[in-house]
Design a protein around this ligand. Sequence first.
Ligand SMILES: [Fe+2]
Ligand SMILES: [Fe+2]
Length: 491
Amino acid sequence: MTGHESMHPEDKVGSDAFLRQAGRTFLLAMYAALRSLKLYPIENATAQKSLDDLQAASAGILQSQGDIELRLSGDFIFVNGTRLRLELDNYASFSNLMAALKALEVGELRVMPGCERKEWQVFIGVLLALSGRSGVQDEEHRFLELRDRLERGGVVHIEVQPPVESEDKVAEAEKAREAAKRTYSHGVAVTKDLINSVRLGRTTSVAKVKRAVQAIVDQVLNNETSLLGLTAIRDYDEYTFTHSVNVCILSVAIGKKLGLTRLQLYDLGLAALLHDVGKARIPVEVLNKTTGLDEGEWRLMQTHPWQGVLTLFNMRGYGEIPYRQIVVAHEHHMKTDLTGYPKVIRKRDQGIYSRIVAVADGYDAATTRRSYQTVPIQPDQVLREMWENPRRGYDKILVKALINLIGIYPVGTCVILDTFEVAIVTGANPDANYLNRPIVRVVIDQDGAMLGYPGREENLAEGDGSGSFLRSIVKVTNPDRYGLIVGDYFV
Ligand SMILES: [Fe+2]
Ligand SMILES: [Fe+2]
């Protein structure tokens, strides 16, 4: 989408907001009518009132939009292309209505101008009559019967369509994002559980953790961008847990780039998720300290690699000794030149899994705002530092793999464009020649107007046809300056 042929951004935002509101009212009215007509005879005042409301809601949208196109796609409802938000208070109504329509194989509902109250009455009546019938009839049959009955009932301004079979890209992307979100939050929950039981000295089963890691690996192998995007949401309150999950996702994505097998990725992912498990044995006061650590506390923090080794030895449910996970917990702060901690006496090589986890760990930790860091370092600077400064002790090839993966401007980076727009990076450019030209969502337009979720997507590699680019990044900026919450653009 270039965004040029579309409406002016502000109009689009205004219309989105209107549709979300009016679409919600419309659907709730439809559901209310469905329920009232099911419960009461048609003469009843409640039933009559519900039809009045439905007619009014539909007329309102018709008047402002010309027509109404209600589309069910996966778990989402779109009204004239705008996705309605499912909230707790409307969730049950929406999902019941969707179930009723889906049961009759309705994927789309079109309402044309001139639609009368009488037509709504017939429509709701037919829906009820057909959905109440349990039968052996196949769905196609039910759909055809619905259409037939509407026609016979004189309904000409409401049209039903079967679900669109062709791949709906928007809905597919939404679905992937929903799946990614579930995997992510499940990973966080499982990690939280694990860390808490270690803290309480309970024995812990690793089976659940393993399954969560497998889900992450499978998701990264299928569609890495959705999960990688989620690592940009950095929740300070849940830092310990989200950090582990982020490091897991980043490590697995790097491992995939290096061509590791699925089984190797499971192993690596588990090691990554557990890399800081030793921190569960560090007093919480030290872990969450908001000011700098004194020397004793720092020394205590530095015990977490070998505390992790001990913790892992005590875990049940492996079937075998978690050898690789133990090595990673032990080595992840050693640095490639072994100048890190714990100190090594005999010369050794930091293992490949440990190197991968170290890169993922360094990146995630540095880009997260901790309580004592008021300003997180911008992701592009973090990568540059990891790449350029040998004293950081990262494996350069792996840093390169990470840069290739997330681009020079990683997902979540807030950038100012030469068009005076402000945008948030949502993905690396699929064309590897354009590492410095990611896919972004413009969230503030050139006049300074906020566009709100989801913003307007632009590919910065797009040219104007005469050899120059339409948009280029001028600089990276701090989203706080503009009152932007980056996480809002990934939910
Ligand atoms: Fe660590
Ligand atoms: Fe860590």
